[in-house]
Design a protein around this ligand. Sequence first.
Ligand code: 73E
Length: 835
Amino acid sequence: MVSIVPNNIQIEDDRTGINVETLKRAFLDNLFYIQAKFPKISTKNDYYMALAYTVRDRLLNRWLQTTQTYLEKAPRTVAYLSAEFLMGPHLGNNLMNLGLYNVVKQAMEEFGLGLTDLLEQEEEPGLGNGGLGRLAACYIDSLATLEIPAIGYGIRYEYGIFDQEIKNGWQVEITDKWLRYGNPWEVPRPEAELEVKFGGHTENYTDEHGRYHVQWIPFKVVKGVPYDTPILGFQTNNANTLRLWKAEAPESFDFEAFNKGDYFGSVQEKSECENITKVLYPNDDSYQGKQLRLEQQFFFVSCSLQDMIRMMKAQNLTLERFHEHFAIQLNDTHPTIAVAELMRLLLDEHQFDWDKAWNITTKTFAYTNHTLLPEALERWSINMFGSSFPRHLQIIYEINLRFLDEVRIKFPDDGNRLRRMSIIDESGERYIRMAHLACVGSFAINGVAELHSELLKKTTLHDFYEMYPEKFTNVTNGVTPRRFMVLSNPRLANLITKKIGDSWVTNLDELRKLETFLYDSDFCKEFHQVKQDVKQDLANYIRTNYNITIDPNSLFDIQAKRIHEYKRQHLNALYIITLYNRIKANPNLDVTPRTFLFGGKAAPGYYMAKLIIKLINSIADVVNHDPDMRDRLKVIFLKDYNVKFAQRVYPAADLSEQISTAGKEASGTGNMKFSMNGALTIGTLDGANIEIREVVGEENFFLFGLTAEEVLQKKAAGYNPWDYYNSNPELKLAIDRISSGFFSHGDPNLFKPLLDSLLYRDQYLLLADYQSYIECQDRVSQAYRDREQWIRMSILNVARIGKFSSDRSIRDYVQNIWKVSALKVEVPEYSQSTN
Ligand code: 73E
């Protein structure tokens, strides 16, 4: 066999060398031969591309070596199926993981180029909405860092999450053209394309042995082309693959139509095929029963499963052992049609009998649930589903029939239970309940934080817990400290490393050692200085981009996440108005200066969320222009919050707002990123907040609000928001300020839908939690005045946050669910010196 690395590649080869001179030569070479430019006519983007290719070249050896090792050793492999991967920019991450950050910085400086400027050029792949997609990205990072054989499978959306602009205070959506200038990180693999069927009907036939079979005669066939991106671990040789599928028409023209003169008809069919992977649905934590979305899900799932089968065949492995070779994780129900598709592939295309196929399938899949919100639970109308996937509908009926028999045996004479548990909802128009299919078809089911996993067992999946208690487990989410500390906050990372060495980067529990320095006044001063410098950076950015001056000595109070009523950005807004009212009533009031920063996108069709953005901007308008507020209050809505921007925001926060209604936020992951960067949290007992508070210590966390249980009790007892409005003068004043038109140039109607929803329904109990929140915020203001004590609390947040590394989460999945082992990749050391 030919070795991956030809022996004639020299240490100083332009594609592998990592000293300054070689890097510079390689950069110019790429500028010339790939961008076809010379410096005089190069744009910033040309420079970015030239550097990106230079860095990619240095990844390839590890990547191909990894692929070869996996091929040879055929290890048990994790396939992480996710409709979203919110990766964020690649360049900085790859530089860090390769250990090339400083040497490349120097090489660029010798050209008079700033590395920060070049990093800024990268248009991030926004192939996700928020937490769920970003979680997949963190997990892909940790899998590679822990040297676990894994593939991320997803969709290569041509347009990712929209870019957000703010016009006159309202959100405006702009198409995300992230591929416009090319994507240097992906490698198309047209030779590995696959076919995916849609629509049509099924036919039965009997083979020569008298065996009965079903054949799916599709209406159309679409091509899936894989685009591969290497995902290198931190300081390892393991580079796993993120394989995203693009839909294409099978032939560029339908020749029959073409020959008949129907040119447009034939082109139309082509574009209909390509539509499947055109655009990411921009809804977070909510679901709409759109056929195209279902087709997206099936498309990438079918490609991925066929790909796995093909790999096994290439390795001469029998499909009988599919479940031994692959552990497939379903990131929420979005890829759950995989249960039916694997059954179809085994039954119809590989002639397995039902029991054997079902045994393999149910030993393959594991399902992660990310939400309890009823509006986010996926269900597909039988008619729509059947028209696109007639064979899968049959298979799901058969799964359901057999499943309900099992239920009947375990719980005899319990018709209600059968109706509740059925995969088919028959209470009205008939629907397929995807969460039920996922539970029946998987060997493991997990929630994403302790509370969430408990609530799953008690509420949404209670019947399934009674049926299969052994399947249920919790894996609390985590985030990668590489991107969200080392890369995004180098000042803090360097200070930590100076004190405790650098092993914390892959063993986050080591941060504990920082506790030794809690009363070391030099360390505390340095820690404080880091925070101040980072806040100054953000202040400069805001000055440049918004023409607003903010004071880095004020308390930076940040709420950055998708805009959603359950996340309660408007509760935060009510506090701002309350402070405003207090200062107006008493202009000499001694207040702790605060800068309120918001960031986040609203789903384009979510009117209330958009109105919340408008409200925040309207409050900002009034507050920022009122001389009485000067040097005390500032409010800014930061537009187009994405991963790149998040990396600026987390390090600069003093206070992290995690104020969802208890029981609604499954986990949250921003909460962890803020805390890792030394922000204190003001939060409810919801999602992972509970576990964060547990580890950082209750004295280092600002807790308020009802518990999940109290929320339910209050609702059951007939919650009436008016009682709170009428009995709380500050709350009443804040609400009246809005309804009077004070923030809307006298228009009392602008925010009426929002206020009506609060006063007449208040589904998320803002009014019930208001007083507790206000008092807690006032405690925050007091606490911030004792800066030394605040710094110690901040240090303790960093020191005790180790549990929330995605490395820990991945270890949990590996040990409790996937049962896979690490496999180290060896790379010939032909190029390791940086000088
Ligand atoms: O609490 C977060 C959680 O931290 C949850 O809301 C989010 O997932 C994060 C990662 O576990 C989430 N997103 C979705 N459901 N839960 C979702 C649903 C439909 C479409 C897109 C995203």
